[in-house]
Design a protein around this ligand. Structure first.
Ligand code: 5MM
Length: 341
């Protein structure tokens, strides 16, 4: 393992003004997204949609540091035969790959999940590296509810995240470690804070046990937010203050960067929260975005599967990428949203 090189890539992934496009929806998830805009989820439509994003010159070269791909996409070619991964490289962004294989029910822990995909992971990583991937992603899912999460679920998921991260670094690939505490449910922000801190503490404990070099990874956590169905929704200032406090307590300064998931927040909330956190600096790590829905909902709607909407889809994507790029530096302002509208 060349740690200097891993650190260089991890640092580039969280460079000021830039963040990560999570375009790694599995077949089931992209179908759900396409259903919502009335587009059939065929291989060609998935290709056309992602090609539209990767050919958005402004967004890709100025605000996107890296793209997380799904297995299908990393092997796919654009309409003119150029590999999609080449489009990403040519824009100056770093290609990455989702390597987990989804979740399974966790035995003895009703309603809880464990992420799978460790079997043959070393072989798969080797192929992805040869294809050009320089970072990877693995997502663990932790739900909050009556009596959950159990320590069992937190522990097995942290163990798998660390196993994955160590295998990545051995393959000279930067691991994005994503332990997602879901925002579904009616819990308040303090319960989210408490569960997330247990999850992060256990995750870093496992990373240490398994000798993962913290300088060569990126953390992708949820923010401390109120559950979607909670009657009292925390303000932007409270989310920012509590999330930064939580991260300072749980994330070692050796980690080069933290790139948040949006987790179902509205586009503007995800941007406002990131911006408010960066205004609380100086912080020990780069703090940016690795959004899926909060970057793609607008371009998906604008595109709606029509070739004559490609320019509109690219404009919508560029706008969200620019807003989040500003938020990653604490330079966003809600008036910029209104101007664009
Ligand atoms: C893009 O969605 C990712 C893959 O989800 P599935 O494996 O369920 O298809 C997801 O892991 C994503 O990278 C993160 O959750 C961040 O996306 P959001 O939408 O939460 O910002």
């Amino acid at each position: 393992m060349n740690l200097t090189e891993l650190n260089k890539i991890a640092t580039a992934m969280v460079a000021p003004g830039k963040g990560i496009l999570a375009a790694d929806e599995s077949s089931g998830t992209i179908k759900k997204r396409f259903d919502a805009i009335g587009v059939e989820s065929t291989e060609d439509n998935r290709r056309d949609y992602r090609e539209m994003l990767f050919r958005s010159r402004d967004a890709m070269s100025q605000h996107i540091s890296g793209v997380i791909l799904y297995d299908e996409t990393i092997w796919q070619n654009a309409k003119d035969g150029t590999p999609l991964i080449k489009l990403i490289e040519e824009s100056g962004a770093i290609p990455g790959i989702k390597v987990d294989e989804g979740t399974q029910a966790l035995p003895m822990c009703q309603g809880e999940l464990v992420t799978v995909g460790l079997d043959k992971l070393a072989e798969r990583l080797k192929k992805y590296y040869e294809r050009g991937a320089r970072f990877a992603k693995w997502r663990a899912v932790i739900d909050i509810g009556g009596g959950i999460p159990s320590m069992t679920a937190i522990s097995v998921n942290a163990h798998a995240l660390a196993r994955y991260a160590a295998l990545c670094q051995a393959a000279q690939i930067v691991p994005i470690v994503e332990p997602e505490v879901l925002m579904d449910g009616d819990h308040d922000i303090d319960r989210c804070f408490e569960v997330t801190s247990r999850v992060l503490n256990k995750t870093f404990q496992e990373l240490r046990v398994q000798r993962v070099a913290l300088e060569g990874m990126v953390l992708k956590p949820n923010m401390a937010v109120s559950g979607k169905k909670c009657a009292k929704q925390a303000s932007v200032a409270e989310v920012a203050e509590k999330t930064v406090r939580l991260l300072k307590a749980c994330v070692p300064a050796a980690v080069p960067g933290i790139a948040f998931l949006s987790g179902g927040q509205s586009d503007e909330d995800a941007t406002a929260h990131l911006d408010a956190m960066n205004r609380l600096g100086p912080l020990p790590w780069g703090l940016t975005f690795s959004y899926g829905r909060a970057l793609q909902a607008a371009p998906q709607k604008a595109w709606s599967g029509r070739a004559d909407n490609v320019a509109a889809g690219q404009r919508a994507f560029s706008h969200r990428a620019r807003m989040n790029g500003l938020a990653s530096q604490g330079k966003w302002d809600s008036s910029l949203e209104k101007k664009a509208a």
